[in-house]
Design a protein around this ligand. Structure first.
Ligand SMILES: [Cu+2]
Length: 177
């Protein structure tokens, strides 16, 4: 009698426990899935997809000799769009360090970034721009400067004694040109 009672109690308890466990497993897996989707969405939405490689050359010295990288390095490609050809060298950004880049608010800028010597990290503070400047490789990343102000280009990959002083400036202002 007492065993039968216990068995019935166990069976009922087991059914309830299974139901609860199944529900909580479902809730936990759903939460993990939603968090994963939200994380991927936020990374892509706020930070963009990772910078692309625009070109690779067998001779690491080639990019810095290309016509696009000569002169100011800035080309207007449309009413609001610009291409900026950027070379990192120990320890400066050209353009940026000797002469600040001047662009209007709303400028859609595609940066083509390479290095004239060793690896550098091209990062523009306060933006999603962050790519490695590699000799022989031209990296490509786009950004729209919606807010006026001064943006600092820093080197975020240690490149020698002057690394911490490898700073350039981008001045955004003056409205749409
Ligand atoms: Cu550097």
């Amino acid at each position: 009698m007492s065993t039968e009672h216990t068995d019935r109690f166990d069976a009922a308890f087991h059914d309830i426990a299974v139901r609860h466990e199944r529900n909580w497993m479902f809730i936990a897996v759903t939460m993990i899935a939603l968090l994963f989707i939200a994380a991927v969405f936020l990374v892509v939405h706020d930070y963009g997809v990772v910078a692309k490689t625009s070109a690779i050359y067998s001779d690491p010295n080639t990019p810095s000799t290309l016509a696009d990288f000569q002169g100011s390095g800035v080309r207007q490609t449309g009413p609001d769009s610009y291409s900026v050809y950027e070379i990192g060298r120990a320890w400066s950004w050209t353009p940026g360090t000797a002469t600040p880049l001047q662009l209007p608010v709303g400028a859609r800028v595609t940066f083509y970034v390479t290095s004239g010597d060793v690896l550098h990290g091209f990062e523009i503070q306060g933006t999603s721009i962050n790519l490695t400047a590699i000799p022989g490789v031209v990296g490509e990343v786009s950004y729209t400067f919606d807010k006026a102000g001064t943006y600092m280009i820093i080197c975020n990959e240690y490149c020698g004694a002057g690394h911490q002083a490898m700073i350039g400036k981008i001045v955004i202002g003056g409205g749409r040109s």
